[in-house]
Write a protein that binds this ligand. Structure first.
Ligand code: PLP
Length: 376
């Protein structure tokens, strides 16, 4: 017998079963990964030399200084010593919840969400209140309802912008109100920004959590907008020096330091961010156009709130076929994988649809043929 101190991560258990066994992952949340050779072709003279001369020893625990500097430059007001590098956003979430929360503390987490954002918080012994986002509200945060969820022990509020699984992005007034609400409550505001830079409205991009105030924390990663999930490089950025220090000390018990090759490849990509992000946007925008047409044709069978950012959305299958059965039949018949909302603990007939992969056109064709065959 083993003792799990944390609940199973339903989405990861689901992917453990299907991710590398199906033909089309129509529910992935990343963007099609870069081929190594193409990425290295973007290296400047300094990063090419760093790559060529790289020694595979331990790396600096806080992160490579050049990488921390490059990450800091993604923000308006963050200095390089306000960045802590992790092995993926997942490690950053794990460490942050563990250093901030414990029994007697309370956290509010926007939900449905990437499960670790609430499960790790709960595993610390803290009380967690889910702030439910609703399809009928366009998946928007309800600030008055969130205010009513505050307690005297609320230490952390967690939002995800752009949001997984819905693709929602708050309007600027709502975002500001959440930033202010956290400040008034004396709580840390964690903004999971792994899909930042994939907003549809680039000019109207919201301020990053770390830039929004001294209580703001941003989590970023190379996996999603930068299309480099295999590097497993993520980070925390914040002006809160105590929090960073505690996180650095906790990291001594998780990974100690990040992978040396991954740090240099991340540096290459961040220095070439314009080209890297342009590629991701090209893939996502072209796929979204196909999805717009699909949802128009299929208006009687599906409905969705068009994602304002990121490479995922959370459509609803209309009618009386349960989404679990539909998704199961689809994967068995066509090898096309959708992620039913129940994986997020969501009770509706929704499913996560991912549109960051280059096989989306083929996967969508298969889905549409399956719909015509089975739902008519
Ligand atoms: C909102 C959100 N945060 C964090 C992560 C974790 O990212 P990574 O697996 O690259 O560490 C994910 C991955 O799907 C995510 O969707």
């Amino acid at each position: 017998m083993t003792t799990m101190r944390i609940e199973d991560f339903e989405l990861e258990r689901f992917f453990a079963r299907y991710e590398f066994a199906v033909r089309h992952l129509l529910c992935a949340s990343d963007v099609e990964g870069w081929p190594m050779a193409d990425l290295l072709a973007l290296a400047d003279a300094e990063t090419a030399a760093l790559w060529h001369d790289l020694r595979l020893g331990y790396t600096e625990s806080l992160g490579h200084p050049l990488l921390r500097r490059e990450i800091a430059s993604l923000y308006e007001s963050v200095a390089e010593d306000e960045v802590l590098v992790f092995s993926g956003a997942e490690e950053a979430i794990f460490v942050l919840a563990n250093v901030l929360l414990g029994p007697g503390d309370h956290a509010i987490v926007a939900w449905p969400s990437y499960q670790s954002l609430h499960a790790v918080a709960r595993s610390t012994g803290a009380a967690v209140t889910l702030h439910e986002l609703r399809h009928g509200d366009g998946w928007a945060i309800d600030v008055d309802r969130m205010r009513a969820q505050l307690t005297p022990t609320t230490k952390l509020i967690v939002i995800n912008v752009p949001h997984n699984p819905t693709g929602a992005v708050p309007d600027p007034a709502t975002y500001r109100a959440v930033v202010d609400l956290a400040a008034e409550a004396g709580a840390t505001l964690l903004v999971d920004e792994v899909y930042r830079f994939l907003e549809r409205d680039l000019a109207g991009r919201l301020q990053a959590g770390a830039d929004a105030g001294p209580h703001g924390v941003s989590i970023g990663v190379m996996s999603k907008s930068f299309a480099l999930a295999g590097l497993r490089i993520g980070w925390l950025a914040t002006h809160d020096a105590h929090l960073l220090d505690a996180a650095a000390r906790f990291k001594d018990y998780t990974t100690i330091c990040a992978s040396a090759p991954a740090e240099i490849l991340s540096l290459v990509a961040l220095r070439a961010r314009d080209a890297v992000l342009a590629r991701s946007r090209r893939i996502v925008d072209a796929n979204l156009e196909l999805l717009d047409a699909f949802f128009e044709r299929q208006a009687g069978r599906f409905r969705w709130v068009r994602p304002a950012g990121g490479p995922v959305g959370f459509p609803e299958l209309l009618g009386d076929v349960p989404i679990e059965r539909f998704a199961q039949d689809l994967v068995e018949a066509e090898g096309v994988l959708l992620a039913p909302g129940s994986i997020f603990g969501h009770p509706g007939n929704h499913f996560r649809l991912g549109f960051g992969r280059t096989d989306l056109p083929a996967a969508l064709d298969e889905l549409e043929r399956f719909v015509a065959r089975t739902l008519d």
